[in-house]
Design a binder for this molecule. Structure first.
Ligand code: NAD
Ligand code: DAU
Length: 332
């Protein structure tokens, strides 16, 4: 694949994926990104301009999307409204970008005959009990809980229908919770790291018993590239790195890193409809495509990420006060 369009490539995971493509392929990459509050131009700044071009635009704008898609060998679609808490305050942009935006891209790849890979989330499967021995697999029924996850589920179903009805050459991946460099400080891990760096206390929703299955964004990128090149058309692959931790454990690991007492955090108002536990069984991806994560040790990946936020305070600090004020207004 010589030419790849990456939607949402100025966001957290999309920008990590663009770095991965530059390092591991010879492709020329066009990033299509609306540059919402969640985007960060800085994440692409160090990349060679003869390999990576940023086009500012909306994936739901067919007139902008169609000429960009024509002439590509593949589209990898990360662009989304991605934060559950925001979807509870205002679901409208989630429906517009995640559903209408994905529909617009599907129509463009259908017309141009271009390979499509759709990035989705494990949240489409709902949640698990803490003691459930099962994990999510590709056969788990969809059961999304939040406005965010229901729009992602809707976009997955559109992709499946465009494959079956129109023969679009598409694959889907559903990944668990990512961490790593360039993640917006509204999200759990960077919010707590930056609270502690600034001398504040981590904020745990409810009792902190909710479990997330953490994967480093670099491992998400290597899995997506593997599916893009070797995945079977029409198939869904779950991506996960066996990283289950409850939120209290993660907060205590961050506190320990900075030498702070393990109870130096606040319990705050819980999220409405808060999913209890996510857990991914990635056997299909590992056995069929031979993929393996490189950040097998979460503690080490977290320590690297903490150091990254220490070193990149100039990037996040200008936004910190506004983010915390908006959480505080909701009792969080
Ligand atoms: P993010 O919020 O950091 O980045 C999203 C990017 O999409 C931003 O650059 C934003 O400007 C862009 N964007 C938003 N609306 C757009 C529009 N209408 N047109 C063009 N660009 C637009 O998100 P992220 O955490 O990097 O997530 C990327 C993708 O991965 C999403 O599809 C998300 O559902 C999925 N995902 C995320 C996680 C996670 O843990 N963060 C896990 C599994 C799957
Ligand atoms: O599972 C994949 C999903 O992971 C992605 O699809 C989403 O795009 C991504 O945002 C993420 O969703 P979560 O809702 O799991 O992530 P978030 O970082 O918002 O929260 C992680 C957990 O931490 C969750 O149980 C809520 C909790 N939390 C969050 C914040 C921001 C806290 O306890 N305190 C906080 O301050």
């Amino acid at each position: 694949m010589d030419r790849i369009l990456v939607t949402g490539g100025a966001g957290f995971i999309g920008s990590n994926f663009v770095h991965h493509l530059v390092e591991h392929t010879d492709a020329r990459i066009t990033v299509l990104d609306k540059l919402t509050y969640a985007a960060t131009r800085e994440s692409l700044a160090a990349l060679p301009t003869d390999r990576v071009e940023l086009v500012v635009g909306d994936i739901a704008d067919a007139a902008a999307v169609e000429p960009l898609v024509a002439g590509q060998d593949a589209v990898v679609h990360f662009a989304a409204e991605s934060h559950n808490d925001n979807s509870l305050s205002d679901p409208a942009p989630f429906v517009q970008t995640n559903v209408v935006g994905t529909f617009t891209l599907l129509e463009a790849v259908r017309k141009a005959g271009v390979r499509f890979h759709h990035i989705s989330t494990d949240e489409v499967y709902g949640d698990l009990e803490l003691d459930d021995p099962e994990r999510f697999t590709e056969a788990t029924p969809y059961n999304p809980s939040s406005p965010y996850s229901s729009t992602k589920a809707g976009s997955d179903l559109l992709v499946r229908a465009w494959v079956r009805s129109f023969g679009v050459q598409a694959t889907i991946s559903n990944c668990s919770n990512n961490y790593g460099p360039w993640q917006h400080i509204e999200k759990f891990i960077p919010r707590q790291i930056t609270n502690v760096i600034d001398g504040g206390r981590p904020k745990l929703y409810g009792a902190g018993q909710n479990v997330r299955d953490w994967i480093h964004a670099e491992d998400h990128s290597s899995a997506v590239l593997k599916i893009l090149t070797d995945g079977r058309i029409g198939e869904t692959y779950l991506i996960g790195a066996d990283g289950e931790k409850n939120n209290l454990e993660v907060v205590q690991m961050i506190l320990a890193h900075f030498g702070r007492p393990e109870d130096d955090f606040d319990h705050v108002t819980d999220r409405a409809g808060h999913d209890l536990r996510y857990a991914i069984d990635s056997t299909k991806l590992r056995t069929e495509l031979g993929w393996r994560p490189t950040f097998a040790n979460f503690e080490k990946g977290l320590a690297d990420t903490i150091e990254w936020y220490v070193e990149h305070a100039d990037w996040w600090r200008p936004h910190k006060q506004a983010i915390e004020a908006s959480y505080a207004a909701k009792g969080q």
